[in-house]
Write a protein that binds this ligand. Structure first.
Ligand code: GLA
Length: 380
């Protein structure tokens, strides 16, 4: 990929620039907890974005996407918003850097990626983090890594219409080979956990379902959580985020909020605790507990948070039936992948059965991604 990008860069823009990379992410557990001030437990993966970039001495950004085989250019003022969604991620990163007092001047860039799109692996965060990191480096802005992650998150909020939490961009910037990161999304304290489960594999099964209205449904889930938190706060003013609430405090307001908001909040409060339980279990090498928590998360995401779908429930049920250690829908949901923790000796049979049975029911096989926990944003 690096060679292809370089030859395209020299073909379009002449003399080459500097290459940067960033990564997509997985999340072992802690879903929809980030914007509720709870814990998440992601890691960067060996699939990401590579970009070659060079300042061009003008006020214009010239951008070429190798994957879309499309070129565009835009200025750096708010009104210069490009028409293409893929370019808006980069435009947003430029604007958010400038809003924070950073310098961004015109540059030329060619980029490509190998994070499957719409699979819940955060291809957009990989793109944002790659450019946030690169512009910071090239223009010498000295912005710290937390702020680089927030630049990506604000890009989603202000230029892409998704009110996401910080997890994806954080994982993409802070990712470290071989480690998952437990992040407290309220305080931004984090801890690396070496993750090398001997005798197990982590595999993703991509349902290939893409939900059209995913971003509006996502924002709706967030609004439900904020509504529940606000109701609880009336009795318990110390509740800043939903993750601060005790389960019994939620019960107190059950009659005051829509049933739907109650169910969403019930899921979130349970999930925050599950992340801590999984971290404890990992330190003991207790993968059975890790896996059991993953199944509990799937149940919650499917029945309480309602972000699963028939295809993902099918893959989850199949995993359970085959005694796979852990399985759940991963990421924002509404399609995408399940993440599965599978014993080595079961791996082949599981993949074979998943392909066969899924294809018999839905007419196509799920895609299989083996992932390696890898480094996040960096200069190559
Ligand atoms: C998406 C968002 C994240 C997070 C997850 C769900 O990936 O970008 O901030 O909320 O969904 O855990």
């Amino acid at each position: 990929m690096q060679t292809k990008i370089h030859s395209k860069f020299t073909e379009i823009f002449g003399e080459g620039g500097v290459q940067f990379a960033s990564a997509g992410r997985i999340n072992l557990i802690g879903e929809h907890t980030d914007y509720n001030g709870g814990y998440v437990f992601p890691g960067a993966i060996d699939k990401g974005i590579v970009a070659e970039i060079k300042p061009n001495g003008t006020d214009t950004v010239r951008l070429y996407s190798l994957d879309y085989d499309e070129q565009t250019s835009f200025g750096l003022r708010e009104e210069d918003l490009p028409a293409q969604q893929w370019a808006r991620y980069v435009f947003g990163v430029c604007r958010e850097t400038i809003k924070r007092g950073g310098t961004v001047k015109g540059f030329d860039a060619v980029f490509a990626g190998d994070v499957p799109l719409g699979a819940g692996l955060s291809s957009s965060a990989a793109l944002e983090s790659c450019f946030a990191f690169a512009l910071n480096d090239l223009f010498g802005n000295g912005i710290d890594k937390f702020e680089l992650a927030k630049i990506g998150q604000s890009t989603e909020h202000n230029y892409c219409g998704v009110k996401c939490g910080i997890m994806d961009q954080f994982a993409s910037v802070f990712g470290k080979a071989g480690s998952l990161i437990r992040l407290n999304c309220k305080t931004l304290e984090y801890k690396y956990f070496p993750f090398n489960p001997k005798g197990y594999k982590l595999v993703l099964l991509d349902s290939c379902v893409k939900h059209e209205l995913a971003s509006s449904a996502y924002n709706k889930r967030r609004a439900s959580c904020e509504n529940a938190a606000a109701a609880i706060r009336r009795n318990h003013p110390e509740v800043e985020f939903l993750s601060d609430a005790k389960r019994v405090w939620l019960d107190e307001v059950r009659e005051q909020i829509p049933e739907e908001d109650f169910l969403r909040a019930e899921y979130v409060i349970g999930e925050v605790q599950r992340v801590l339980d999984v971290c404890d279990a990992l330190e003991r090498g207790d993968y059975e507990t890790v896996g059991e928590m993953m199944y509990q998360t799937h149940f919650g995401l499917s029945k309480l948070y309602e972000v699963s779908c028939e295809e993902l429930d099918f893959l989850n049920k199949l995993a359970r039936r085959m005694d796979v250690t852990g399985s759940r829908v991963m990421g924002g949901g509404f399609g995408g992948c399940t993440i599965n923790l599978v014993k080595d000796e079961l791996y082949e049979d599981f993949i074979k059965a998943a392909k066969k049975e899924f294809a018999a029911k839905f007419g196509h096989e799920p895609k299989v991604y083996d992932v390696v926990v890898s480094d996040g944003a960096r200069r190559l």
